[in-house]
Design a protein around this ligand. Sequence first.
Ligand SMILES: [Zn+2]
Length: 339
Amino acid sequence: MPSKVGLVYSDEYLKHDTGDHPENSKRLEAILSFLKGKNVLKDLTFINPRKADLKEIEYLHSSSYIQGVRELCKRGGGFLDPDTPVSKESFQVALLAAGGVFSAIDRIVDDLDSAFCLIRPPGHHALKKKGMGFCVFNNIALGARYAQNKHRLKKILILDWDVHHGNGTQEAFYRDPSVLYFSLHRYPHYPGTGDIEEIGEGEGRGYTVNVPLPPGCGDGDYIYIFKEILLPIMKDFKPGITLISAGFDAHADDPLGGMSLTSQGYGALTTLVRESSKGIVSCLEGGYNLKALRESVLAHLDSLGEFNLFPKERIDEEPNRGVKEIVKKVKGIHSKYTR
Ligand SMILES: [Zn+2]
């Protein structure tokens, strides 16, 4: 039986107006119209997002930062950092982005197997006191806290396959063994963090896992990393829910990423994670080539729902030698930590 997949979406997400910027509302429109054209919306359970309230945003962000964003938007907008424009509506839209993740988590606890949050602004670069890298509030980190505070889920796994390191998410849980942060990303690259030696601090040591990669990595490399490192860690850690920072900017055609994943590759990665998870909430992060983005999202949803919309070709590319070396090194560093 196909598993039950939710889709969080609202036209309100289009109102975060970034002008002529790679992270713009056309991304969501392109995905949604493609899903409509492929006739998959009928297979998805629509989830109406709610707005996060300010107390919930304070699970992670300082009240002075939250008020600063609010004021800036009230004045008509501006920039949180040189990469991160906000418009008049952005504060409310950002509350709806984080709240959309909460709505999805509610439904996973209740009746669905997984949910994809088609939301913006993205979140994984947002720090406690600072928005950056197109991100305002850290949707996925807030989602992890919400799952713990509201639903008493004890252990959360955050998988971040966006091509950029999720510095905000790492910062949020660096000393916290209840949320395991696993990221694979191009390195060195924006935002500069995500070294192999960044593994957490204090009680959180071993609960941050960074797999820094050279440019050009493809399906075979990512699948190898999942099988060799991620899945064994998930088996040990046994998360109550898996949250995915689902950026699709490691796609071969992405203008910012420099990696070479295919949309089919994203489908294969999704299947591997689904088979090891109790429930999945994935959140859109990056992905800036509209054709690559919409096809990758379709492949992701197809694998989440086991819809078999298109035939699965086997991917049996060998990982490249450099990646095998990195995997060996990550395993070595993390071998002394049991989770
Ligand atoms: Zn990214």
